[in-house]
Design a protein around this ligand. Structure first.
Ligand code: 48F
Length: 256
């Protein structure tokens, strides 16, 4: 078979646009492919929902790749370990309820399992705004990250979703857009309460409690949930991220 450059290009563009066209109307749109977003994506897709994750960077995985200080090891606690075991991550029992995982293995398997379940991950896409209809978030405004990085004045395009999830980590970018443009979030002050100091035990507990609908149609998960509700950070223990992603999926499934 002769290999032709244009035929290669045709197939790349063709497949991408087939998948992208099929993702313009979703059950759930997830912003950010860190551990919480990837976990939510897997559970939602496993339940048969149409899910896409939009990730600014080329590599999904967020803050999990580097483990602690760049050593590729993360810790999870007993209550969350089955979420990693379900996707085939091998854990080492470190005693006293702590389990360690290789962070590269964990990210790879969280990504692969989300895709195997039917979720799509669109990397190189930044979400810059929300679509609001009848006081509910009904979609996301997306642009290519390359356009964002080059600071080009190019208009974005939109996707529709019954529910969206802010899984953008510490910056809580989508909730920040809602705060700035609508000025009303489901927090005690109606605004972003700001992430607090390190307290691993409180941070891990509160990240699950804080996983909820913050504006009609928008859920928050992972570190973004603690940033929005003024709860502590927890460092390289990742069980709370996984449990939070699972809870976001469960809450949304009750409503779909
Ligand atoms: O930061 P990140 O891993 O979020 P997470 O799932 O997990 C947090 C932990 O990694 C760690 C921690 C746990 O102890 O504190 O920080 O809450 O992943 C967030 C992803 O969202 C992407 C970003 O590139 C990253 O991969 N992201 C952020 N803003 C946008 C975005 C945006 N506006 N559009 C698209 N992607």
């Amino acid at each position: 078979m002769p290999i032709d450059e244009i035929e290669i290009s045709r197939r790349i563009v063709g497949r991408f646009f087939d998948e992208f066209m099929d993702s313009l109307e979703l059950d759930v749109a997830i912003v950010g492919a860190g551990p919480s977003g990837l976990t939510a994506a897997r559970y939602l897709a496993d339940a048969g929902k149409k899910v896409a994750v939009f990730e600014r960077k080329l590599s999904p995985g967020g803050g999990m790749w580097g483990g602690g200080i760049g050593y590729p090891v993360v810790i999870v606690q007993k209550e969350s370990k089955e979420i990693l075991e379900e996707v085939g991550v091998r854990l080492r029992d470190e005693g006293s309820g702590y389990y360690s995982a290789n962070s590269i293995e964990a990210v790879s398997k969280l990504c692969a399992s989300a895709i195997d379940s039917g979720a799509r991950i669109f990397n190189g896409f930044s979400v810059e705004d929300v679509v609001v209809k009848d006081e509910k978030i009904s979609g996301l405004v997306i642009n290519l990250s390359t356009i964002e990085a080059a600071n080009l004045h190019v208009d974005p395009i939109c996707i529709r979703a019954k529910y969206s999830i802010d899984a953008t980590g510490h910056p809580a970018e989508i909730c920040r857009v809602v705060e700035e443009k609508i000025g009303r979030l489901n927090t005690p002050t109606g605004r972003i309460e700001k992430e607090r100091y390190m307290h691993a035990e409180m941070g891990e507990k509160m990240v699950v409690e804080n996983t909820k609908e913050v504006y009609p149609g928008l859920f928050v998960t992972g570190m973004a949930a603690n940033a929005v509700f003024g709860a502590p950070r927890m460092g390289p223990i990742f069980g709370g991220m996984l449990l939070s992603g699972k809870k976001a999926a469960e809450e949304i499934l009750k409503r779909l």
